[in-house]
Design a protein around this ligand. Structure first.
Ligand code: MG
Length: 194
């Protein structure tokens, strides 16, 4: 029997990328510029912040591209239990776009996914063109990735993971606000077919 595969994005679904960028901004400015993910309504957090924060963008991103930074990313609350729940329904694979120009990112992400989620490196798709990934359900917090996947596969099984960052650009995409809702969606797709 063919395996049912669930493809899950990593940054801002499993790993707290945006929160970590904001933490670094706050630390770098000694608490003078403190923001939370609720202050961000764009995929790139710096597009939501006051314009004077743009001068910190490269510095923060360079720090996040440095050796050790990817491996140190916090796990999103509830993500471990969420992945366990999905594993009761199918085979979970990570679908992730490595941070461009970060020499150690991909290797550290493999180690991170193994450490926190027990994921084998064979179960990780590293790619930018996520729409090319053949899975039965595709979950991502980036609107464009979900739209492209749905269009390419002519399938409604691509869904958006709800984050504060995508709240203004969601359109009519099916929105997954928690892991239970995603698990229910996966069950539906298993029943009716992709
Ligand atoms: Mg993401």
């Amino acid at each position: 029997m063919e395996e049912f595969v669930i493809g899950v994005d990593v940054d801002d679904v499993l790993a707290s990328f945006t929160a970590d960028a904001l933490r670094r901004l706050s630390e770098h400015t000694e608490g003078r510029h403190h923001f939370t993910v609720q202050d961000v309504s764009t995929w790139d957090p710096f597009d939501s912040l006051p314009q004077e924060m743009l001068s910190y963008r490269m510095l923060i991103y360079d720090a996040m591209k440095a050796e050790g930074a990817c491996f140190a990313l916090p796990v999103e609350p509830g993500a471990r239990e969420g992945i366990e729940l999905l594993r009761s329904l199918g085979h979970v694979m990570a679908v992730t776009h490595p941070f461009k120009g970060a020499k150690t990112w991909t290797h550290e992400r493999e180690l991170w996914l193994e450490k926190h989620f027990g994921m084998h490196r064979d179960d990780i798709y590293n790619c930018k063109k996520k729409y090319r990934v053949h899975v039965d359900v595709f979950v991502d917090d980036k609107v464009a990735n979900v739209e492209e996947w749905r269009a390419f596969h002519n399938s409604p099984a691509g869904v958006l993971w709800a984050t504060p960052m995508n709240r203004s650009t969601r359109g009519a995409l099916p929105l997954m606000t928690d892991w239970k809702k995603l698990a229910d969606f996966v069950r539906e797709v298993k029943q009716r077919g992709r």
